[in-house]
Write a protein that binds this ligand. Sequence first.
Ligand code: ADP
Ligand code: ZN
Ligand code: ZN
Length: 741
Amino acid sequence: MTDKTASAAAATQHDKNATLARVTVLLPLPIGEGYDYRVPEGLDLAEGDFVIVPLGRRQMLGVVWALGGSGDIAEARLKDVVGRLDAPPMSTVLRRFVSWVAAYTLAAPGQVLRMAMSVPAALEPAKPVVAYRLAEGFDIEGLRPSAARRRVLTLLRDLPPLPAGDIAREAGVSSGVVKGLAEAGALATVLLPPSLRPPVPDPALPGPDLSDDQRSAAEALSGGIGGGYSATLLDGVTGSGKTEVYFEAIAAALRDNRQVLVLLPEIALTPHWLERFEARFGCRPLEWHSELTQAQRRDGWRAVSEGKAGVVVGARSALFLPFPDLGLIVVDEEHEPAFKQEEGVTYNARDMAVVRAHLGEIPIVLVSATPSLETVANVEAGRYAKVTLPDRFAGAALPMIQAIDMRAHRPAPGRWLSPPLVEAMRGTLEAGEQAVLFLNRRGYAPLTLCGSCGHRLGCPNCTAWLVEHRLAGRLQCHQCGYTARLPSECPSCQSTDGFKAVGPGVERIAEEVLHTFPEARFAVVASDTLAGPAAVGELLRSVREREVDILIGTQLVAKGHHFPLLTLVGVIDADLGLMGGDLRAAERTYQILHQVAGRAGRAEHPGRVLLQTYDPDHKVLKALVEGDRDRFLEAEADDRRRAGMPPYGRLAGLIVSGADQRLVEAVALRLGRTAPREEGVRVLGPAPAPFSILRGRHRCRLLLKTAKAIAIQPVLRRWLAQVEVPASVRVQVDVDPYSFL
Ligand code: ADP
Ligand code: ZN
Ligand code: ZN
């Protein structure tokens, strides 16, 4: 791509005086690198313009990628550009970013472009807004209005014309009431010019008084605004005030009239963050995530592209928004694997955010209490700066972390809470404080088997066991979403003696809590029991107001919540994450357990964390108990360095999949036979993937491993170019993989 852009630029230089009769237009399609079109006379095009072009019998929206064209279509077959959209062109930075991401991930440029133009409706001119006002001289009493209608009429007496949705919200009625009044003639319609003014965050509002450490950290970050590219790790224990500190950097960027992008994993699940932002800046930021309506996406997109959205907070996809004047990027919880997109274009939003900052020549701040090894290595190599907040704010003590050796403290059969944990919970409840029990497993039990023959209930579409969800009364596959009722007889031996649940999920822990502490009020927190931000918000409120004594949950309970009375955290199975044994198992377990532990004792009440484990000598458990994060990171870094694994080597996964097992295996074998044999390059596999069948597709994996000094993309390109793949088989490339399943 870069070569091509360069040659296009050269061509532009060359025939500067000739008419630019051709342009290359990139289309948001997962094929090719763009097509040439003729520019009809009278149409003046520039790079980045949104244009409509014919493609086959259709017309499509695309972007002028290069002037002059590439010359790969003969003059006679060249089609005309249909027209140019009256929308701000795609900026040079965003176009270069699209090309960069495509080249890095081996995705087609058009596939990445599609992410950068995900809201085509926003490129159409904004339509005027229909608003309503009281009709003059209308006899309202003749209508004998209902109470709801009366509220609308009273409201509009003192207000300028408003859209139906706003009236309905203000008056507490449905918008049908407003429309009904308009039809009856009581309201008149007015067309308002489209208004795209989201509330503007105010950097002049006072923030909290910062401690000395916090102030110098804030100054270090704010000092980078306007000074070109820089990358900084903001490293500090949970509760040290990292959020307050980067809010200062956001304020500095806003004072400089620049836009700010904050990436948060799972933004929809963090209402608390939004409340804090509002408390600091006087209004909510613009949110960007998958749960927005089409209209919200369209308005949000326009507000960003017109520079009217000061701060955007979003998940991965917000990286591809058309900021005209981005001045700062913040990536909070930078270590989170949720930043890795696994479908479509497989990219890591944290890493690509750094690229975007680099291309846009702006600062980026990566924030974490448990930074990823990748980021730590970048700090050590001097590529990233580091700013540290050493202590919890206001002297709040770090929680005391202890391991419970389960070999010495076995729970009764069919129980999962060890006696010391039960004891600690009792003390907490008696003191009127709250406890969290953490288990990263949804549902009631991860495995269900026949009581007579031991047959295990598996998913018909995947190599995965079905998980019982007792609250929902279903068995569920966590890979593909297949659900079924518990069968009345065993599919293997036809016995009707019933099934046995093996192992615990959060629902089963809740059952035990109910049994052990019948008086305690508890709540189960998992992605399938809490639907959407409103439910999360309600739960957080009920915990804060002490309507809940014990929270039982998956990773969701670990998300930056702040509960002053939460003093005990019990980890049901601290060994769980270590079993898969993939590259990041230890690092990931450390991060999750550290984050869960950070929920305990955030205010004046000291906290206590109990880790149930069968392997208390494991390096992860020891590091947590001893509170020695940096020693753990060093040991982990040593292991990776020795094995040549990331961040000290490079990896790319190839996943071959398809409905026909023989074809899939044939392609995988061919890839194995043509594997690159170069110094510093190794290929592992092919082997059946751990999920060797997923959603009915057979899967094989290969893993390419190269030395750090070798760029992995050219190796991949050369390799893939040699192997012909039938249309029914897919070869997915995953550069810097996080999942090995
Ligand atoms: P982190 O992001 O490092 O976990 P937070 O920024 O969430 O830390 O701070 C933890 C708690 O301490 C929050 O409730 C926050 O409002 C409070 N806090 C931190 N710094 C200050 C400060 N300087 N003044 C008042 N409250 C603060
Ligand atoms: Zn059976
Ligand atoms: Zn399945």
